[in-house]
Design a binder for this molecule. Structure first.
Ligand SMILES: NC(=O)c1ccc[n+]([C@@H]2O[C@H](COP(=O)([O-])OP(=O)(O)OC[C@H]3O[C@@H](n4cnc5c(N)ncnc54)[C@H](O)[C@@H]3O)[C@@H](O)[C@H]2O)c1
Length: 401
């Protein structure tokens, strides 16, 4: 099959890497720089090796493009564009809208269009399909399906091949063709009765994580007030063989999914007049963590951070990725600056952030570890300052959550 993938970021390029083993893939992206690099066989996404892209190019199964008319004769089109929040934390479907315009106006033949971008139930049926039809040149009667993406960047044990994949089409033909497409590179496919079930399941998976992370963050505050270790408490609870799942406290949630997707569910709940109390409270608790952490550091350091040199270590939102989207490190730095500290940051993977280079490890009076990458030397981190506060629970001997 000839497959067009709209968006060559974390999701789109990961799909391209797997699909290009069996199909001819055209990766369309509006980012000229990424496209140029990809066509040289250079991947910009951790978890997608440059060698894989180079090998797919070599056998003629992959090319990237900024020219949308290159997807005009594809059999399958996969949408993998961002679905962020607006400033007032409402779903921002503007990238989906522009992808739909591109797809509708460029396709010259009937295609299967699959949405992998995360959005609220009803997006495929009530938003994507009508929009593509509006821009379609001819009455091509495209097929529409959803298959929400579950990729966990940086993870190696679960990938596109062995992670079970949900899918559902708007028609039986769309469902069957979606199954054919993914079965060429996925081991386990799970068909659900409607696209809305698949869309809701994806949102709930990430809402489940967000709420549980907030709950354990709340417990971190309670444990500290009680003078007991949150980590020992969690390990003790985790000896129960059933009915408990361990989550770890942290500076909050980051990335494109966990802080964002629950708000899509809350939005659709509000549209239906149903309260989404847990989701909203979880959001608040996680967003309050950076202030809680900075307050703990301030109290430990004589009650003021004014003019103190503080280094934030690890600014990516999770270990072993360079992704800084929605990173809680940003809020930790902002809070430190508001409290009068001079802040530097160190991250060997992120390297450049907001146009500023990562500073060398150490040299500050206080270190706050937000993310511990596996390439970081734990004892060097522990010795980076006279006072080290660890939000990850992995550095023995440091103060922390
Ligand atoms: N990153 C993850 O871990 C993850 C996991 C599961 C689901 N998702 C979902 O997948 C979707 C994509 O996320 P991502 O992390 O890959 O985003 P990303 O920002 O890494 O990549 C998106 C790419 O789309 C491109 N783009 C934007 N608008 C475009 C357009 N109109 N036409 C062509 N290209 C366009 C951007 O230049 C970018 O390269 C989102 O809905 C996200 O919620 C992400």
């Amino acid at each position: 099959m000839e497959v067009g993938i709209i968006g060559q970021g974390y999701v789109g390029l990961t799909i391209a890497a797997f699909a290009s083993k069996h199909h001819k893939v055209i990766g369309f992206d509006t980012n000229f720089e990424s496209v140029t690099q990809l066509n040289k066989g250079i991947s910009h996404i951790e978890g997608v090796a440059s060698e894989v892209i180079a090998a797919a190019i070599k056998i003629g199964n992959y090319r990237a493009t900024t020219n949308v008319s290159d997807i005009s004769n594809t059999d399958v089109v996969v949408i993998a564009v961002p679905t962020p929040l607006t400033m007032d934390r409402k779903p921002d479907l503007s990238f989906i809208d522009s992808a739909c315009r591109s797809i509708g106006s460029s396709l010259n033949k009937r295609a299967l269009i699959i949405n992998e971008s995360t959005s609220f139930p009803g997006t495929l049926r009530n938003h994507i399909k009508p929009l593509i039809e509006k821009y379609s040149k001819k009455d091509l009667d495209h097929l529409y399906a959803i298959s929400p993406e579950r990729v966990d960047p940086g993870r190696t044990d679960w990938n596109q091949k062995n992670t079970p994949r949900l899918y559902s089409g708007l028609t039986p033909e769309a469902t069957a063709r979606t199954r054919d497409f993914y079965s060429s590179f996925c081991d386990e496919l799970v068909e659900v009765s409607t696209p809305e079930v698949a869309e809701a399941a994806k949102l709930f998976e990430n809402t489940f994580r967000q709420v549980n992370i907030a709950l354990v963050n709340e417990l971190a505050e309670i444990s500290h007030a009680l003078g007991i270790s949150i980590h020992e408490t969690l390990d003790a609870a985790n000896t129960k063989p059933y009915g408990f799942m361990k989550f770890n406290p942290s500076a909050g949630v980051g990335g494109h999914c966990i802080p964002v997707d629950p708000s899509y569910l809350a939005y659709v709940a509000a549209e239906k007049g149903v309260p989404a109390t847990f989701i909203e409270r979880a959001n608040e608790v996680n967003l309050e963590m950076p202030k809680y952490i900075v307050d703990r550091v301030r109290i430990d350091n004589g009650g003021s951070l004014k003019n103190k040199l503080v280094q934030v270590i690890g600014v990516a939102y999770k270990p072993d990725v360079a992704d800084v989207r929605e990173t809680p490190a940003e809020l930790v730095i902002k809070e430190l600056q508001e409290q009068g500290a001079f802040v530097s940051w160190h991250d060997p993977i992120v390297k450049v952030w907001h146009g500023e280079e990562s500073s060398p490890l150490g040299g500050a009076e206080i270190s706050i570890v937000v993310t511990l990458h596996s390439e970081m030397n734990v004892s060097a981190v522990l010795q980076s300052a006279p006072y080290v506060f660890d939000t990850t629970g992995k550095i023995i001997g440091a103060r922390g959550l």
